[in-house]
Design a protein around this ligand. Structure first.
Ligand code: IMP
Ligand code: MG
Length: 184
């Protein structure tokens, strides 16, 4: 058993299940955006693995761009403050934007980002998330994803880009961490 694998309690989605769902999402986006040349904004770092699989499942022209945000304090504070650490390198004015995120938890990150990007004059903003934890949504946040891969319960998941303390991002599947890994 691998050094990372021994920290995993159980696998939620295998590599094959992830790819099958990501391909469905890509096919839907290809249909919906056939003549729109959307800018697909990858939210670093967690979404990067999902993003690269998703892009290769889309068979219409798209633009790539990247953003890094830190939703600092969102686990302890309820202010939901989000800071942009790395901004887009292209203009999104009059562009159709698809924000690609790994997981929606409280919803603070994506509700902030969709407001911020729409204020820059985007023609439209859509949200595409691999995972959604609807039970964790913060009070007052009503965030609806346009594309959502899987709903997960209130448990901490890692792999396929998602981390715990910057670890496990390179696991090819999504799994639930053993509780003792947190309490170390
Ligand atoms: P939100 O602003 O609370 O929706 O925060 C979403 C961010 O929290 C995601 O982009 C992840 O970085 C992180 N996050 C939330 N739940 C998990 C999880 O179960 N595993 C790994 N990261 C998570
Ligand atoms: Mg993230």
């Amino acid at each position: 058993m691998g050094i990372m694998e021994k920290d995993i309690d159980h696998v939620l989605y295998t590599e094959e299940e992830l790819l099958r769902r990501v391909r469905e999402m890509g096919a839907q986006i290809s249909k919906d955006y056939a003549d729109k040349n959307p800018t697909m904004v990858c939210i670093l770092k967690g979404a990067v693995v999902f993003y690269t699989d998703l892009l290769r499942s889309i068979d219409v022209p798209v633009q790539m761009d990247f953003m890094a945000v830190s939703s600092y304090g969102n686990k302890t504070k309820s202010s939901g403050e989000v800071e942009i650490r790395k901004d887009l390198s292209t203009s999104i004015e009059h562009k159709h934007v698809i924000i690609v995120e790994d997981i929606v938890d409280s919803g603070f990150t994506l509700s902030y980002l969709s407001r911020a990007l729409s204020a820059r004059g985007a023609a439209s903003i859509a949200i595409c998330t691999l995972l959604d934890k609807p039970s964790r949504r913060a009070p007052g946040i009503t965030l609806k994803s346009d594309y959502s891969g899987f709903e997960v319960g209130d448990e901490f998941v890692v792999g396929y880009g998602l981390d715990y303390a910057e670890k496990y991002r390179n696991l090819p599947y999504i799994g639930v961490l053993k509780p003792e890994v947190y309490s170390k």
